[in-house]
Design a protein around this ligand. Structure first.
Ligand SMILES: Nc1ncnc2c1ncn2[C@@H]1O[C@H](COP(=O)(O)OP(=O)(O)OP(=O)(O)O)[C@@H](O)[C@H]1O
Length: 272
């Protein structure tokens, strides 16, 4: 492996995915290329059904691509799964209703057969990190939707993942809770140095949480555009008031709807 290759956190090389059921074929992905550096944050956006979740599920070793290669730190998703280097959080992340929050958060380590003392310690640390201290003994039904999603993130964090693979993790939440969790997640990413691959339907969420936003075309899903989000990793809610934010939003909206954007971005103007 060359030194340059080693810098990649996640890499998709000419990925393709054809689902087959009987005689029916669905070409979900075609020739998708992506690269995220270690510790980088990338979002995937695109119309419903364009293959975002498929791409994420390939990295999570839930489905195998029919073409090309996906790599996490230079190894296959299957190997990365065996090494527990990534954690997956989705919109439907479930909590077992008969278990307390701390026991739910510790579940990932329990499945991984970690010793009880390690599970408790890691679960408490993760609960503190996501701001759920005081709710350890509560049951999932006693928490709000946003708190349950924080618990799901805490459960993922107990595995100390190098990669967080997130599929619409805040999709079911109201706008205010969602934005609050976006900034909490940024804090967690900074503290853990994890690499992020996020699927979202929200353009503003993609900008807040990414260094790069990959725009996908409708089926077959291809990467049509990658927009660099030039805000660094010190982000606050005020970033929304930055003129660049509005320019990125407009740029991404045009990329999604296929119309060329002829405006000049503020960053381009500055560097001109
Ligand atoms: N297990 C499967 N078997 C057959 N076809 C599938 C399967 N999973 C997904 N597909 C098809 O692959 C295409 C891409 O689906 P995928 O869920 O990846 O899209 P998506 O961009 O995540 O959609 P959404 O934004 O609506 O969640 C769709 O046409 C879908 O019907």
């Amino acid at each position: 492996m060359s030194a340059g290759q080693d810098d990649f956190g996640l890499k998709a090389d000419r990925l393709g995915m054809v689902y087959r059921r009987g005689a029916q074929e669905t070409v979900a992905l075609e020739d998708c290329n992506l690269a995220i550096r270690r510790g980088g944050w990338m979002s995937l956006i695109g119309a419903s059904g364009c293959g975002k979740s498929t791409l994420l599920r390939i990295f999570a070793d839930i489905v195998k691509p029919t073409h090309g290669e996906a790599l996490l730190h230079g190894v296959s998703p299957a190997e990365a799964r065996a090494n527990r280097t990534f954690a997956l959080v989705s919109q439907q992340s479930t909590m077992l209703p008969w278990r307390t929050i701390i026991d739910n958060v510790a579940l990932g380590l329990e499945v991984a057969r970690a010793p009880v003392s390690e599970r408790r310690k890691a679960a408490q640390e993760a609960i503190d990190l996501v701001g759920l201290a005081g709710f350890e003994r509560a049951y999932p039904s006693e928490l709000s939707g946003g708190m349950r999603q924080r618990a799901a993130i805490a459960r993922a964090l107990t595995l100390r993942p190098q990669f967080l693979l997130m599929d619409e993790p805040f999709g079911a939440l109201d706008e205010i809770t969602r934005e609050k969790l976006n900034f909490e997640l940024l804090q967690i990413l900074k503290e853990t140095s994890a690499t992020l691959l996020l699927v979202t339907h929200s353009i503003s969420e993609a900008i807040i949480l990414s260094d790069k936003v990959a725009v996908m075309t409708p089926r077959p899903g291809r990467i049509s555009r990658i927009v660099d989000i030039d805000f660094g990793h010190e982000r606050t809610a005020e970033m929304r008031d930055d003129p660049r934010f509005t320019a990125y939003e407009s740029d991404l909206r045009h990329a999604l709807h296929g119309t060329p954007d002829t405006r000049v971005l503020p960053s381009q103007r500055l560097s001109a």
